[in-house]
Design a protein around this ligand. Structure first.
Ligand SMILES: [Zn+2]
Length: 115
């Protein structure tokens, strides 16, 4: 087995382990510029194909998690209000992780339930 050989696999939600659907245009808000989606566990995700847009993609994932509420999204605290997760080396072409040459990142945000 060569060092560069990696097993590709479909992307999974880092919070619940379910397979996720390929990121697609999110229609909720006209300002959303990245593809994303939602997991049935309540996590929102957003895909950065370039590995350069990190902050903007993460913010969109947070706004998606807040159902389009930008003000609320920008006032959330990591660990207190939400948890974050990542899937790296994702290829949107094949919808696989660890694909050769894949360097996309999917950002996941899940809000903690308020008690
Ligand atoms: Zn999930």
């Amino acid at each position: 087995m060569g060092l560069l050989e990696r097993k590709t696999e479909p992307p999974k939600c880092p919070f619940c382990g379910q397979l996720i659907d390929p990121p697609r245009p999110v229609e909720d808000d006209p300002f959303f510029e990245f593809d994303g989606g939602a997991c049935s566990c309540g996590a929102a995700y957003c895909f950065d194909p370039t590995a350069r847009n990190g902050g903007a993609v993460m913010l969109q994932a947070m706004v998606q998690a807040c159902h389009g509420d930008w003000d609320r999204a920008q006032n959330l605290s990591l660990g207190l209000d939400y948890v974050e997760g990542f899937v790296t080396r994702y290829s949107a072409l094949t919808h696989r992780v660890n694909a050769p040459g894949a360097f996309g990142t999917i950002y996941f945000i899940r809000l903690k339930s308020k008690k």
